[in-house]
Design a protein around this ligand. Sequence first.
Ligand code: FAD
Length: 476
Amino acid sequence: RPSPAAAPDRLPFSRITQEDLAFFRKILPGRAVTDPDLLESSNVDWLKSVKGSSELLLRPQTTEEVSQILKYCNSRNLAVNPQGGNTGLVGGSVPVYDEIILSTALMNNILTFDSISGILTCQAGCVLENLSLYLEDRDYIMPLDLGAKGSCHIGGNVSTNAGGLRLLRYGSLRGTVLGLEVVLADGRVLDCLVTLRKDNTGYDLKQLFIGSEGTLGVITSVSILCPRKPKSVNVVFLGCETFEQLLKTFQLSRGMLGEILSAFEFLDSECMRLLNTHLKLRNPISDCPFYVVIETSGSDSTHDGEKLHHFLEEAMTSSLVTDGTVATEDSKIKALWSMRERVTEALTHEGFTYKYDISLPVEQIYQLVTDMREHLGDRAKSVVGYGHVGDGNLHLNVTSPAKDPALLAAIEPFVYEWTASCNGSISAEHGLGLKKRNYIYYSKPSQAVALMGNIKAMLDPKGILNPYKTLPDDLK
Ligand code: FAD
């Protein structure tokens, strides 16, 4: 029996002809790429786990060009795979067969920034880190941050509704994105690029495109509300003996750090082993079963320092944490953050990784790792857990020396049934893409999935946008 993650048969889309190529070369001179060597990296995902066979990569620079591309593809019944930085982890960013890759890489202009309101408007292909650097010079920051910041695009972030390391403090993109410009499947441009914090005039259509993974439209511009750059930032790296103590530390931090708490992340000792072995990163404290990265961001270093000091004193004297280190200067802050941010990268050196991005009531997030370890025994090379404690989001990863269908059959549906039994989500922040699409029913009722199908059929009746992704096969 094929895995539900396996690609379905190719749908009857047209194949690219010489006339099609001539059209694209005319509207995108020098930016309709057919060289197989250049296409290679756009056909493979970041994890190197999904590979398409597209023969055409289009690199538009303007909304008008995206509109012309989609209008043409829709009329010719050509399938299109929107692509940002190609850092997605669920196989949504690369073609399954020969879909045309529509990259936003050259749509990288900042359009406006209002230094009073902190509202930034930019094209979808701006790299997250570049936006962060631009804003930092102006005393602002982006409301999101993630390990893939050097490559991912803001349009990709919005399309996946990326969470990341700052969600605890600044909330989800569903709140901070104020407006979007989107090109629909038939080439129509939907201009909802407002820069207003309040706008209750009818349905909030932009929400449909946030997290829809390129299946409903191509996002071409984004306006987003950015917070002021904090004047004082502290990062602490702590060790805990048990996950229960880690949760108590979280509770304590919320109470004692209050409004300055900006991140509470964790990794287990297996993650630390991978960081040591594969990336030569040294544990900054003594060995512990669990590690925590806490960040505070505020406006007064004396006030923040005092609060942090009292919190650490309490955590140590009540034996919630066994060891720890504090960073206030930039280079040490970066070094401590990399212990958490680089776990995803360390895992890629372990062989093959089965990745799960689960949302659960926070007190249950590590139980799944423990149960999975027991369930798999020595069938897995390693079972590791890390993630965003503050958001109840666990990244559960199971590794093996190579792809192993028997191991996969032991993990799934176990992991999804476990998650559904706790009313959790089988995709907290990475989306469904190709790999998770058929598991949607574990987290969404069939009526909701059917309504999603109706919306897809209304906005993209020919189904040309990112086919085989996000929605389950039984909807087609
Ligand atoms: P891509 O990977 O190119 O595309 C992702 C999806 O969005 C695809 O379905 C694609 O078709 C669609 N898409 C892209 N651009 C557009 C557009 N303009 N219009 C319409 N659809 C579009 N994710 C988190 O949520 N939190 C994390 O903390 C996090 N950490 C990560 C760390 C590492 C090291 C890596 C490799 C990934 C991490 N991710 C994380 C996953 C990934 O980086 C995010 O999903 C990111 O938002 C994807 O952006 P991208 O530009 O790379 O999009």
